[in-house]
Design a protein around this ligand. Structure first.
Ligand SMILES: Nc1ncnc2c1ncn2[C@@H]1O[C@H](COP(=O)(O)OP(=O)(O)OP(=O)(O)O)[C@@H](O)[C@H]1O
Length: 385
């Protein structure tokens, strides 16, 4: 959707001006939530504003859906800003004398949408952000978080495919901010807009971003998924940021899961399964059907009993003592659920097929700070838990 190559912005003269953005290259896929993260002054806002040429790049290339944005004339640029891209700011600047519905409809007015359609889409957008019953209220009658929702509704009501969001939640208190992040993630699952989201908060970046671009002094110091950045920070600068991140609320089961050491089929022989289990020193194993769904767990004590009794069907000695979760579950929610059974926590796909497991040691290692664990024996210790 967006391809930026060696984008540069120098405020002032080339020799002694400010190199706000210094040769940045990245691309954003359709439907991606792409986060630009960095400290104050690292060039995030400048970069964001170059994407719709509110700030004119000094040099570089920029394509949106393959079209060269930097060579566009006024008419094409207006069209791009009016139809394709919408911008959401930290302060939404709602009009106090207009109703919430009129405020939500405002972006479409600029785009020349007929009034009846404007109001209809505004009502849809307000409902989407949970303010369906507040359309007739005035902004002054809403809380800060609700006003921010109106701003979000305004951006959603237009059908712009690309949303540029500059620290939209930074002015909100932490609980409302978390609500708004949840709302954005939920909306994004359904609406799949392409979002470029600027923040200086790595926790927020990691919660929201499909990918995160970390900037420092106008340059990109790392570009990757939250897991990439947590596990392999590119330099000390990123490592310092990462040490403050609450891993339990960023990493997911899918990001840390392992291949199960072994799985067996319900048609396998109990004696054989027991022998294989003892080889890997495990107390139990997942039994799968031919599609990979979990049929149950074969535990060593039950298997030993079945063998003693001369039974040959694995199905007869299965138990259902295991825990399963989806791959997008956060580690904070897994903590109480691992280590309860002889088999590790199962990670299943939407159809209930086993896609991986989370042993307790894996969870502990993932929760620990990589920087500290490099210098201690934590990883080794965790492996024995
Ligand atoms: N209009 C301008 N004229 C001159 N310098 C500017 C201008 N806008 C930004 N800068 C400088 O460019 C650099 C990058 O600023 P920018 O606002 O893009 O960073 P940022 O990462 O978005 O910071 P913040 O999080 O504080 O908004 C800073 O050194 C800033 O002082």
């Amino acid at each position: 959707m967006i391809e930026a190559s060696r984008l540069k912005k120098v405020y002032g003269s080339a020799s002694d001006g400010v190199h706000a953005v210094d040769g940045v290259t990245f691309d954003v896929a359709p439907g991606e939530l792409f986060v630009i993260m960095g400290l104050s002054g690292s060039g995030k806002s400048t970069l964001l504003r170059m994407l719709n040429r509110l700030v004119e790049p000094t040099s570089g290339e920029l394509r949106i859906e393959g079209r060269d944005v930097l060579s566009m004339g006024d008419a094409d640029l207006r069209e791009l800003r009016n139809r394709k891209i919408n911008m959401v700011f930290q302060h939404f600047a709602l009009f106090p004398h207009r109703t919430v519905r009129e405020n939500a409809a405002y972006g479409m007015r600029l785009r020349g949408v007929a009034q009846s359609e404007r109001l209809e889409r505004a009502d849809w957008a307000l409902k989407t952000v949970g303010l369906g019953d507040r359309g007739d209220a005035y902004p002054g009658e809403l809380s800060g978080g609700q006003r921010q929702r109106v701003g979000l509704a305004r951006a959603l009501a237009t059908d712009a495919e690309i949303l540029l969001m500059d620290e939209p939640f930074s002015a909100l208190d932490p609980l409302i901010r978390r609500d708004m992040q949840d709302l954005l993630l939920t909306l994004q699952r359904d609406l799949r807009r392409t979002i470029i989201f600027v923040t200086h908060d790595l926790n927020e970046a990691m919660r929201l971003g499909d990918r995160i671009m970390v900037m420092r002094d106008g340059r990109v110091v790392q570009l990757g998924t939250a897991t990439d950045i947590l596990h392999t920070p590119s330099c000390d600068y990123v490592r310092d940021f990462v040490s403050d991140v609450d891993r339990s609320r960023v990493l997911t089961a899918g990001a840390i899961m392992r291949e199960p050491l072994m799985t067996v089929s319900a048609y396998d022989d109990p004696d054989d399964v027991l022998r294989r289990l003892s080889n890997i020193e495990a107390g139990g194993v997942y039994v799968l059907d031919s599609d990979g769904h979990i049929v149950g767990v074969a535990r060593d004590d039950r298997l030993a009993q079945a063998v003693r009794e001369g039974r040959t069907s694995l199905r007869e000695c299965l138990v259902d003592s295991y825990e399963a979760t989806g791959s997008d579950a956060l580690l904070v929610d897994l903590c109480p659920r691992v280590g309860q059974h002889t088999v590790p926590l199962a990670v299943t796909d939407d159809d209930g097929r086993l896609v991986g497991v989370v042993p307790r040691a894996t969870l502990l290692t993932a929760l620990s700070d990589a920087r500290r664990t490099d210098s201690t024996d934590f990883r080794k210790a965790a492996a024995h838990v």
